[in-house]
Design a protein around this ligand. Structure first.
Ligand SMILES: Cc1cc2nc3c(=O)[nH]c(=O)nc-3n(C[C@H](O)[C@H](O)[C@H](O)COP(=O)(O)O)c2cc1C
Length: 161
């Protein structure tokens, strides 16, 4: 049977809980993505235009370093990446994650949790990172999974092996 891995980044636990449910539904392995430098509560303050996340998300540099502890993905056909939405797009460390993985020949699917933003801008951001890497990868339509109903609908239309 084709194997699936769910990788997720979660700053405050919401995406982690969703990733656990997605992994269970897909009978997938699960692993957490860590920032090389963890985010503090002050870093996450979106009311502060000078906070780390505000500067990173609005800045020109589209990468934030991850900890070097991602599992190898060579044994997996399907790769799922879950993340919160920060300022309408994935945290910049998701692009660094996509850089690090060899996604050639895989099926990729991304999802998020959010305070209400849709997945549209995140999908464009992921597509751009995939293109920058020149991966030959099937990119599925991502979705915001803020409910079990949304999760079920999304899982149903995934094009996985
Ligand atoms: C810095 C920052 C920026 C955010 N920007 C958005 C946003 O643009 N749109 C949105 O719907 N939610 C936004 N949120 C809310 C998060 O996407 C939401 O709370 C998410 O479920 C958090 O996931 P986590 O607990 O896994 O970190 C933001 C949260 C933070 C900390």
């Amino acid at each position: 049977m084709a194997k699936t891995i769910v990788l997720y980044y979660s700053a405050t636990g919401t995406t982690k809980a969703r990733a656990q449910k997605v992994a269970a539904a897909l009978q997938a392995d699960l692993a957490e993505i860590h920032a090389a430098k963890p985010y503090t509560a002050a870093d996450l303050d979106w009311h502060d235009p000078q906070s780390r996340t505000s500067v990173e998300q609005y800045g020109h540099d589209s990468r934030v370093a991850i900890k070097d502890d991602l599992p190898g993905i060579s044994g997996y056909s399907n790769v799922v990446i879950g993340h919160p939405i920060w300022w309408a797009i994935p945290p910049r460390l998701i692009a660094a994650t996509i850089d690090r993985l060899d996604l050639n020949g895989k099926n990729l699917a991304t999802f998020a949790t959010s305070g209400g933003s849709t997945y549209a801008n995140s999908q464009r951001n992921v597509a751009r990172t995939v293109k920058e890497n020149g991966y030959r990868v099937q990119v599925n339509q991502g979705a915001v999974l803020n409910s079990d109903v949304a999760q079920a609908a999304w899982l149903k239309q995934l094009n996985f092996n």
